[in-house]
Every structure is written in structure tokens, then in C-alpha cells.
Design a protein around this ligand. Sequence first.
Ligand SMILES: [Zn+2]
Ligand SMILES: [Zn+2]
Length: 335
Amino acid sequence: MKAAVFTEIGRPLAIEDMRDPAPGEDEVVVAIGRCGICGSDLHMTEDPVFGIRPGAVLGHEFSGEVVAKGSAVESLRIGDRVSVSPLRGCGRCDTCRAGHPAWCPNGKLGGGGYAQFALAADRQCVRLPEFVTLEDGSLVEPMSVALHGVAMSRLGSGAKVLVVGAGPIGLGTVYWARQFGAHRIAVTDLVNYQEERALVMGASAFITVAPDVIEKVNTALGGAPDFVFECVGRPGVLAQCIEHVRIRGTVVVLGLCTAPDTFIPFRAVSKEVRIQMSAFFDFPEFCRVVDTLESGDMTPHALITGTVSLADMPGAFEALRKRTTQCKVLVDPRG
Ligand SMILES: [Zn+2]
Ligand SMILES: [Zn+2]
């Protein structure tokens, strides 16, 4: 099979021939239908802190069709269309059984989506309902990350919400904040490229960052936000979120900032700000996203701004490192 392979930090992914995967006992082989290009994959190929080894195939937002399965797999059949969670827990420990494979002591983060085929354990796969497309199936993972962030916030009805950063996670957060009952939702970003998409996902206002951003957000929300979601992951943004949030409000950090960051604790202490970190998602949340897709309530395909072939994928991946008008770009390895 062909795959887009990581070679070293600072070099584009390379399309290489690899051996076709063969399933272990509890595994399936998935013929990738779509795989989303994720900002965290960009991070992982830029920063040695993630420890990605040469020869690795990234890509953790994918859907596809089961084409082979191991002898112990009973829950899936050949031909099933599935969305695959990258969180591969052992499936047996208490943490896994409670639905939190992200925190399994023997768990690992799967990838492999930037290829024609990928291996996954049966317990990572959720069957897609008939009318859910493979495109939407590849968005289950980022929509689950956003759902988890909103669930961690303990946001309730009537809340004023600010989402900082209008990438796919920020816009997914807008959707779920609305579902959880947010009254007004403002989105800020450095550029207004995603304004239309933010409104489609449920935002009430889109504000381009400028020196008067706090005033503009407060006007749009009718007061300072109760909840601020940090969906950027760059130094300085958390401090900005602390400035935005109301007294005794909550800041949820979803952005992956791998550089040292500073904020003045007094600014947070003097308002009794609650700062909540959020990573990954629970397996029931992943299933909830699939159910919501089936209900037709969610239109995450509004996030998709392009689809590229595997051959064109390394170029598209490099282009996403710079500021771009793209939102979510998918890879179609069959194209
Ligand atoms: Zn991702
Ligand atoms: Zn486990």
C-alpha cells in the first residue's frame, strides 16, 4: 500500500510503499475512506517533544471500510463502514471499562490514517449509520474532542460563551456549546476567514482580534463571558482568555501549546478563575457524536474546505503550516 510517511522534523511527509497490514486477533484492517488533516499532526512533525519516530504514519481522524478482520472479532463484519477512534486502550482494565481508553496505562494513540489501509482494534471502531457519509465519519474525532471540552466545562443553559480560535476544534466547540444550552456565543480569531462557518455552527458573533476585542466581545454577549474556550494553543492566548472571562468564570484549555507560556497568576486569582484542561475524549462521547450525525442535527461537513488525494497530501500538509483560509482538509486515499 501507499502511505504518507514521517521522515524527520522539518521535512515534508514522503509517499512510500509499505507492506499491507494484516490483522491481529482483535484487529480489523480498514480501507481508509477519508482522513482529516489535524493541526496536532502538524505540531507532531515540528516539535521533538512528541517523540514521533521516522517511518511513522500519522493521521488519527479517519473513517473507512472494514476489509479484513482477526479471528476474535465478532462485533464487526467485512464491509462495515466505520469511524475509528485513535485511542487504543487495552480494553480490559478498569479505566478502559469505564470508557476512558485515553487514560489506559497500557494504551496508545493510534494513527495510520494517511495511508490506503490502517489497523485498528475492534473496540476502536464505531459502525457508521447508513446515511452518515465517510466525510462526516472522519470528523467524529475532532467533534469528540470539542464535545469533551464542553462537557468538562460544565456549561449549562443561558451561558455566555467565548471561543478563542476558529479552527475545526473551536468551531466544533461552538456547536456543542449551543447544544449544551449556551445563550450567546462569540468567536474570536486573528482573521475573519472562518466567520461564515462559525455562524453556521451556531455562533452569534464573530470578532476579529483588535485592541478593543474585550469590549466588543462583552457587547456581543451582553456581559463578560462565563466560559472561555482556548482553541489556539499559542503562548499568550491563555493570558488573554483569563482577561476575557468574568469573575468566577471558567477557562477551558483545548489548544496544544508546546512552548513555554506565561500568565500572571494574580490576574486569575483576583477573579477566582477556574482553569480546566481538556484532552482527548471518552469513548461514549465518540459514540454520541456518531448518534448526533445520524440524527441529522449536526452539519460538521460545513468545516470541510478541501479534499486531496494521497499523492497530493504532503504538499497540502505543508501548505497548512502557514495561515490559510482552509478549515478542515480531508485526504481521500482512494482518489
Ligand atoms: Zn485531531
Ligand atoms: Zn486499559
